[in-house]
Write a protein that binds this ligand. Structure first.
Ligand code: 26W
Length: 781
């Protein structure tokens, strides 16, 4: 077998490259090509009838590929030493790779963690998504404000997305549907449609074993063949209309045009994906048998049009009757809900939906009618709820209802979230069909989020308990035996210190603010949203600052608060919070009277490669959402696995983290989900707690600027009664921070609790989550 060195030399000769003066990018190119060739030769012909899963998702966040693949091929050391003979640091080469900007947050990263676990568990599970030209956006700060720039991630990505030339499909929008009888069969014809071409690209997803190489399949929208009758201008328009479908993730949907583009994206993904599945079906024994061997999973409602699209293909193209088609679809499709927020429950105005997707709309209306009829006949107790459960009602198409009605299993992503789904949001469906509903608590791949991002900790664990935890994360529990070993705890502390220093030397070098590596690193990294309450954290920091101004000795050691978050471009409140945090940071960071006891830094452009640096350096993890709002959280798990102690509410999976690690190894505070149902009047908290008054007054009294730039934040908390109940939890949050400060002075005890968290984190591996999906949802795989 050729060594990596031989392969690199061969490849460089073929491309006439001189390694002596190769740039970092050229090295990346070369290594990527060799790795990709190796992976493709490793692919083993598989029994094509073995069950396969297709995980449909608008988002994937795989992170950089080269490092992962070198690791999986066992080539990391060889690569390091070969490159060092040319005085090249492998790290620098790996850092030239852009993060694939194909996702936004937890939903997308979860999809990628699941792909990793499926490959490692030798399951045939593939991702199905869109190859966005720009992805979300690149975040920059200008005078403390978020600026959104196009993320041209593909331009400097030398990782090759392999085009599958035999997989191209046409996806059609608008037009008219004509149906006529042809003997015993209805035949559908369409006129005046707008058509785009879907081209398939893929990238291999490997596991350590190399026995199972799965694929991340991504579709790109292109114009159909050139029509010579069109003018140059019409050609251009046709091209634009096609390519814009896969230009950006979540384009602004505040206008009708924006909503149409979102709908086009969603239908484009599922239509291309479903057509491809039918091609595979025909290749492997026909559609009836094939569907016994594969599963479709929809990641939130965005791909839920796969349900009517599969019905269309079965009936209109393959000639099956409704009942047979419906039976196949509702056996094969499963749906995960990822949020209870009303704003994220997708519904589309019929006036937009029907003309854009006329046949899909017809099928949805038929699904809806049959559903409503069956409720009327078989669930008379729910007759008065029919219009609340309908797919088509109140002038809209309700995608959550479509997903629930058309799926075999429906799950939430933490125990609390699944409970709230079944008892509140989807209560009528759950009462009618309790067996359809289940719960699978999210997980993260520990191979990436521990072994890869925190190699020193991974080595320490290997020395202590061996390396079997890489394939069996529950083994991490053996670390609990070391809670009384002072040398082990000291080693743990040293690793954290080194990770903090690395963060300072790499990521924080951009900042004018000097950060003390001995300070306590408190990290709040996640999408910026009202319910995640970054503002609560910021208000508390301001409170701490006012205390320190009175008495710098109030803190025996310095604290550093780190934020990283993107705000949705149209979300004015979230953007204002970013600005506020920058403003308090600039006041606090340069105030000499507090003797450097407090620093606040907002790190730009949160993304996977930044999370890789930030999370191993964190000592405190902020998980402070209003209870009942965070479906699960996965950042909470990543930070726990890296030894950070959680300050958190009893929300999402944080509740389960506390069950596993023990409540006394965390700092839980605030109202629980049931409390948040009780009446609330924010002004009463303002009136009775002087600390609250003192932190809110500066928002409106000119402390930061003469014009009232933060009055909207103030009004949201007082006049608008504080939707996310920050003021209700302020006091207990401040109390929890005091406990953190107390504990941090006892370093050995702190490390002991940190270790307890790491040891208990095995449950939160996506390997366990995938096993739960196998047992509760994908029972045939
Ligand atoms: C713009 C439409 C839209 C609406 C919702 C786009 C994306 C969403 C997602 C559902 C948001 C999301 O990422 N949800 C997160 O999913 C994670 C994985 O299950 C959970 O851990 C988080 O709690 C949840 O917020």
């Amino acid at each position: 077998m050729d060594s990596l060195k031989m392969l690199l030399l061969k490849e460089s000769q073929q491309h006439h490259l001189s390694l002596q003066d190769a740039s970092l990018e050229t090295w990346h190119d070369l290594l990527s090509r060799v790795v990709q060739k190796k992976i493709s030769t490793n692919r083993i012909a598989k029994d094509t009838y073995a069950t396969q899963l297709f995980y449909f998702s608008m988002e994937f966040l795989p992170g950089r590929f080269l490092r992962n693949n070198l690791d999986h091929l066992g080539w990391l050391d060889q690569a390091k030493s070969f490159l060092s003979t040319y005085e090249i640091d492998l790290h620098d080469v790996l850092n030239t790779e852009n993060d694939p900007a194909l996702g936004n947050g937890g939903l997308g990263r979860l999809a990628s963690c699941f792909l990793d676990s499926m490959a490692n568990k030798k399951l045939r599970g593939h991702g199905m998504g869109l190859l966005y030209e720009y992805g979300l956006f690149k975040q920059e700060f200008l005078s403390g404000r978020q600026i959104e720039l196009p993320d041209r991630w593909k331009q400097s990505s030398s990782y090759e997305w392999e085009q599958k030339p035999d997989a191209e499909y046409t996806v059609s929008f608008w037009g008219k549907v004509h149906q006529h009888n042809n003997g015993d069969r209805l035949v559908f014809e369409y006129t005046d449609q707008e058509q785009v071409q879907a081209k398939l690209y893929s990238i291999p997803i490997t596991g350590y074993s190399q026995e199972q190489v799965n694929q991340l399949y991504l579709w790109k929208a292109c114009p159909t063949e050139i029509d010579p009758s069109l003018t140059a201008e019409q050609q251009l328009l046709k091209r634009k209309k096609a390519t814009e479908i896969t230009e950006f993730l979540y384009p602004d949907d505040s206008t009708s045009e924006g909503m149409i583009l979102r709908l086009k994206q969603q239908y484009f993904l599922v239509s291309a994906g479903a057509q491809h599945l039918f091609t595979l079906a025909h290749r492997h024994g026909g559609i009836r048998t094939f569907f016994n061997h594969y599963l479709v999973h929809i990641n939130d409602t965005h791909p839920s049009m796969i349900i009517p699209e599969l019905m269309r293909l079965f009936m209109d193209v393959e000639g099956l009757g409704w009942d047979e088609a419906w039976a196949i679809v509702t056996t094969s499709v499963h749906y995960t809900n990822h949020t209870l927020l009303a704003e994220a429950m997708e519904k589309w105005p019929i006036v937009l939906f029907q003309p854009l997707l006329p046949r899909i709309y017809e099928i949805i209306v038929e699904i809806n009618e049959r559903f409503c009829r069956s409720v009327w006949h078989h669930h008379s107790e729910k007759r008065d709820k029919i219009s609340d459960m309908a797919i088509v009602s109140y002038g809209h198409v309700h995608m959550v209802h479509l997903a629930v009605i058309g799926s075999n299993k429906v799950n939430g992503v933490s125990t609390l979230h699944s409970h709230l789904l079944q008892t509140e949001t989807l209560v009528n469906f759950a009462q009618m069909n309790p067996k359809k509903f289940t719960s699978v608590t999210n997980g993260i791949t520990h191979r990436f989020w521990l072994h890869r991002v925190n190699p020193a900790l991974s080595d320490l664990i290997n020395e202590a308990i061996g390396d079997t935890w890489l394939q069996d994360p529950f083994e991490l529990i053996k670390l609990a035996d070391f809670q009384t070993s002072t040398p082990f705890l000291e080693e743990l502390s040293k690793i954290k210190k080194r990770n903090k220093q690395t963060l300072i030397d790499t990521t924080l070098t951009f900042s004018e603010t000097k950060v003390d590596p001995g300070s306590l690193f408190d990290v709040h990294c996640k999408r910026l949203h009202g319910y995640k309450r970054q503002l609560l954290n910021a208000l508390h920091i301001w409170h701490l600052y006012t205390e320190l101004r009175e008495n710098p000795d109030r803190l025996p050691f310095p604290r550093t608060f780190l934020f990283a978050a993107k705000a949705a471009p149209g979300y004015a409140f979230a953007k204002k919070v970013i600005h506020y945090i920058h403003t308090i940071a600039s006041v606090i960071n340069k105030d000499a009277t507090i003797q450097g006891k407090l620093k606040v830094i907002f790190i730009e452009n949160y993304r996977i490669s930044l999370a890789e640096q930030l999370i191993p350096a964190a000592e405190v993890s902020e998980q402070i959402s209003l209870a009942g709002k965070e479906a699960s959280g996965t950042g909470n798990m990543k930070l726990m696995m890296n030894g950070a102690l959680t300050i958190g509410t009893r929300d999402g999976a944080t509740i389960e983290m506390a069950e596993h690690a023990g409540e006394d190894n965390m700092f839980l505070f605030g109202a629980n989900a049931a409390d948040t149902k009780k009446p609330y009047f924010s002004k009463s908290y303002y009136d009775k707690d002087i600390r609250i008054k003192n932190v809110l007054q500066p928002l409106v009294n000119g402390t930061f600027s003469d014009n009232a730039i933060y009055s909207d934040l103030y009004y949201s908390l007082i006049q608008n009664n504080d939707e996310y109940r920050l003021l209700q939890d302020f006091s207990s949050y401040a109390q929890a921070h005091k406990q953190i400060e107390l504990l941090y002075t006892d370093q050995l005890l702190w490390q002991k609790k940190s270790l307890a968290n790491i040891a208990a984190s095995g449950y939160f591996s996506s390997d366990r989550a995938i096993e739960d999906y196998q047992a509760r949802v994908w029972t045939s795989i």
